[in-house]
Design a protein around this ligand. Structure first.
Ligand SMILES: Nc1ncnc2c1ncn2[C@@H]1O[C@H](COP(=O)(O)OP(=O)(O)OP(=O)(O)O)[C@@H](O)[C@H]1O
Length: 466
């Protein structure tokens, strides 16, 4: 079996069984015969001690070899190589042709069916415990169907398909050997701060590389619970949080937490516009102060110890539809600026929508959002508006907190995941309060926090003059 580039191993109809499993039976037989010969010689010798030790070592050796042989065969039989070879044969993924192979005794031409072409698969197991099966598209009769084996391959390996990536020259089927697990939210004493958002045990990202979030889902799909877990992650990294909750629902209760109040939590249109303006002002102020010189090239807010500033906006569509044109245009402009310009300065938007609609969020803006999530079942158009057009078959979501996620730089198509579990005894507001008042919350950025506060106060003054 040939090794392909990127550590892939190649399998086709023509692949041979590797040497060890192929000759292991022969090896065992040889060992057994040697043992038998030794036993016979030993039997006819007259020393009892020699007889005993010889018999014992023969017995141990035989057991060891038989066990190794069973293990090798077992490993080989369950290997992707053996399974894919069987798959190719049973599904006739090869081409035969009748060829002349000589002459018969009576002089007539001898013909035989021989295999002339086969589908080619590559496979590898990754460090993340994923099994990648790659069906090659070699411009032959197997190319058209290379992207249609998900059900068969799932059955072959007894694993659900995790991801499928359809490219011009190949189609990758990715299976998780160790399934991902949900995080269980629990009281988590702050030990150190970093800029990671944790989604599941396997899925997480750094906000300095992946900025902004879009969360879409119908009512009851788990959006608010999921955004709570994101808010805690942001709070742990020392972020300055602003909450926009036009429905005055659960999120607006954050105003009762010390340090939030009406200044940071808005429900009424004018308050919402003020908060959006304030965060824009902070962003512009940071650009003026830190990013004007050429030395700032390639730097981000982390290089200047600036805390992230995050604005969480629940039900953007409901809000923007219900305001007059002036406010609509103003708020839309602020949102757009933040999404397009916010990353380097550390100003981020977490946008929550009941359904993705291009009238609320345009394709180009959506594409600037690094982490996009659709919770619950959605129509094809719904998925398309959230992730752009992809070639994946979204499975029916039966678990309430299940959905699809696509993170820039990590996934080139959406993958299934389940949001962190929030148990009944977990008190989100208490946890947020304990994080916010923790002394470890990014002490070195306090100075910059003050500068931001001055900027936002200036913005409030401008707003009240307006
Ligand atoms: N991560 C979770 N852990 C535990 N329970 C959850 C989780 N997510 C959702 N639920 C359950 O589902 C219910 C609905 O979730 P949630 O309120 O987050 O939905 P939603 O999408 O925000 O709905 P709406 O748009 O109506 O506000 C919750 O009250 C809770 O019982």
């Amino acid at each position: 079996m040939k090794k392909h580039k990127n550590n892939f191993k190649k399998v086709s109809y023509f692949s041979k069984t590797p040497v060890f499993p192929r000759f292991s039976f022969l090896l065992i037989t040889i060992v057994f015969l040697i043992g038998l010969a030794a036993f016979t010689i030993n039997y006819f010798s007259h020393s009892n001690v020699l007889q005993f030790f010889c018999s014992l070592s023969i017995l141990i050796m035989s057991i060891y070899f038989i066990k190794s042989w069973i293990l090798i065969r077992k490993e080989y039989n369950s290997s992707p190589l053996k399974k894919l070879k069987r798959f190719i044969k049973e599904n006739k993924l090869y081409e035969e042709d009748i060829r002349e192979v000589g002459t018969n005794e009576n002089g007539s031409i001898k013909r035989r069916k021989i295999v002339v072409n086969s589908i080619y698969f590559l496979y590898k197991k990754t460090e993340n415990n994923e099994l990648i099966i790659r069906a090659l598209k070699r411009a032959d009769r197997f190319s058209d169907k290379a992207n249609s084996y998900e059900t068969l391959l799932s059955a072959l390996f007894g694993l659900p398909l995790y991801k499928k990536i359809d490219e011009i020259t190949y189609c990758d089927y990715i299976f998780e050997l160790v399934p991902d697990e949900r995080i269980i939210l629990s009281h988590n004493p702050l030990k150190k701060t970093d800029t990671t958002i944790r989604v599941t045990h396997k899925i997480f990202y750094d906000i300095s590389k992946v900025s902004h979030g879009l969360l879409v889902g119908s009512t009851g799909s788990g959006k608010s619970f999921y955004v709570n877990s994101k808010i805690l992650d942001y709070a742990r990294m020392g972020a300055e949080l602003y909450i926009v909750d036009p429905k005055s629902a659960d999120l607006s209760l954050i105003r009762f937490i010390e340090g939030f109040g009406e200044k940071r939590v808005a429900s009424k249109p004018n308050q919402i516009a003020r908060i959006l303006r304030e965060v824009n002002e902070i962003m512009e102020n940071r650009y003026q102060k830190h990013f004007r010189e050429v030395s700032a090239f390639g730097k981000t807010f982390l290089d200047f110890s600036l805390p992230p500033v995050v604005i969480v906006i629940d039900e953007w569509a409901a809000f923007i539809q219900g305001v007059d044109k002036k406010l609509h245009d103003e708020c839309s402009r602020y949102l757009l600026q933040l999404i397009l310009k916010g990353r380097a300065s550390g100003c981020f938007v977490e946008l929550i929508l009941q359904r993705p609609d291009t009238s609320f969020i345009e394709g180009a803006v959506r594409d600037s959002i690094g982490c996009r999530i659709a919770l619950g079942n959605m129509s094809k158009q719904g998925y398309e508006m959230c992730f752009g057009s992809t070639d994946i078959d979204y499975k029916t979501i039966t678990v309430k907190v299940g959905g699809y996620i696509q993170i820039d730089g990590q996934h080139n198509s959406p993958v299934y995941f389940e949001t962190p579990l929030i148990q009944n005894n977990f008190n989100f507001l208490e946890e947020l309060q304990s994080i916010i008042s923790h002394p470890l919350r990014n002490p070195e950025s306090n100075r910059n926090r003050e500068a931001d506060a001055q900027a936002s106060e200036r913005s409030v003054r401008v707003f009240s003059i307006n």
